[in-house]
Design a protein around this ligand. Sequence first.
Ligand code: SF4
Length: 715
Amino acid sequence: MNVSPAAPPAVPTHCPYCALQCGMGLRQRPGGEALEVVERPGFPVNRGALCGKGRTAPDLLAPGTRLTRPLVRRPGRGLRPAGWDEALDRIAHVLSGSRDAHGADAVAVFGGGCLTNEKAYALGKFARVVLGTSQIDYNGRFCMSSAAAAHQRAFGLDRGLPFPLDDIPHTGCLILVGSNLAETMPPALRYLTQLRANGGKLIVVDPRRTRTAEQADLHLAPRPGTDLALALGLLHLVVAEGRLDEEFIAARTSGWPEARASVMAHWPELVERITGVPLPALREAVALFCDAPASMVLTARGPEQHSKGTDTVGAWVNLCLATGRAGRPFSGYGCLTGQGNGQGGREHGQKADQLPGYRKLDDPAARAHVAAVWSVDPDALPGPGRSAYELLDALGGDVKSLLLMGSNPVVSAPHASRITERIGALDFLAVADVVLSETARLADVVLPVTQWAEETGTTTNLEGRVILRRQAADPPPGVRSDLEVLHGLAVRLGHGDGFPTDPQQVFGELARASAGGPADYSGISYRRIAEEDGVFWPCPDAPAPDSEDGASDARAAAAPHPGTPRLFLDRFATDDGRARFVPVAHRPAAEEPDADFPVLLTTGRVLAQYQSGAQTRRVTELNAAAPGPFVQVHPLPADRLGVSEGDAVAVVSRRGRAVAPARIGTDIRPDTVFMPFHWPGEGRANTVTNPALDPVSRMPEFKVCAVRLEPLDGR
Ligand code: SF4
């Protein structure tokens, strides 16, 4: 009788891609060395569901897909394999040379929202302590920085979602602004399905009729660049129809009179004209939102990636505050962060203006606290540096050398042809990555580093839930972790014994550095994360707060702090505990259509690809499902130009051109075309996009620019 061997136990871990950070199990395939994904139904966020990206993630581990040896460029020639000592020696030698010749700020560091909390923390410390440079930022600046800035301004604290995803089915009306969840985070669709099954209403705001918009009770399709006016128009109607929550405004907010004045200047007919959304639809949205006993607004990149992204999010926050839909159960404003560790990545010090614990770099008390953990003089820590695009744009100017980890700006940065040119002007580029990305191909030294299943570390998902990715496989020979890279460089750059390389030890230091800060991790440990399916920050190293009736409960006092799934229920994180209205006004996009560039371009994502595509383009199944870029065009402009389905079209802006086949349909406004941005080469959408920056968040305007379409006959 044949007895099949028992399946080995699966290691509980998380998907390497988006900010949902779905739980999954990984185990060895029977009889083979490759890993396979198994369901992890107990993890509450996704209950076992995964999208195709998560399901195929083990393909990223395959030999031949990933880098396994350091590469060093021969002068004037290509990259050749090298040993680790040679590669690290060369990086340390050039970085110290740049620093000695041109000053500490001639060396820059660029990180990524894919790095674990431990790596993000170590990278920020490395930049400020070892290199002494202020020039550090990361690609998360391109992701959620406008929402983060608006959060800080209104609530005094930025956590993407101030409540767990589990609250969504219990709200009465959800306005989803510029999020195509059905393609970016398919397992999260279950929250929308449950919401509607419970009788709740879904309003989707998107210039395209996306797969998510198809599920909505009401789809509003504003002209790209007008979400701010749309929110102001809705709030105007709230005031006009007597739907304000005066009691909430008086008790829990400040600044309403000033905000009200700005709202009343945006009368609905004007908003209808600006946005193209008919007045009856605006009225219907207000009725759905205000008639429900609880309501939410969730934004994503659609309204955020604009040169007015912070004010746009602020307008949606104002709508929530004026209607009493914040700081209450099943109500509020939240941001759906995109990158895997977009949330944690912005909390631990790889952002130009921040220190660990989400502390401000220009706050003397914050500098003193973190400097004590790092055993350095606070006065020796550099000040805030440039934001991501400004930093990339300075390459080859006063920035001579760059160390880049976990990012592929050649594909993902706005005006990518300009950024590629700036990278080419550098004296020296070192890249640590898993694959030979388009940016790594330009490097002088490439370091092959471990990835998700080959290492242990924490990330923080879009809810603020700190989770643990566990190692499930040995890394291939020749590959080291980013923590080991930073250690090796720190030693070579004269930093004594270097940096810790054990992730758990780094997490302990990170938790100490965060203690007392806005994002306090000091009560979180690997053990607690494992036992509790994640812990929501803030979680101070302190006893549980008093019991709900206010009486100090001895048992509760003995228990550790449980973490904070729901923020702001009693007070907001501002000095006076009140949420702040911020007056905002509509303004046009940085680039409006004209005779030469008469069409609006908006960019985004597709189901089977992720970010710059550096990983997903290497997965056969995903590549087959989404092999290349396309230009989504409405039939009216397509007819005018004589463009048929599949014809090659050039999308031309003031910055360059991207070429892709046309995909014609009525799911997009006639005045707008759409391109996904996951590909390099002639179909690179970011060749065309506008790097105009938001004055507060320094977010570039990925989501709207003026273009013209040129049919390419014979292609
Ligand atoms: Fe991974 Fe995001 Fe897909 Fe979940 S939704 S499996 S986290 S890519």
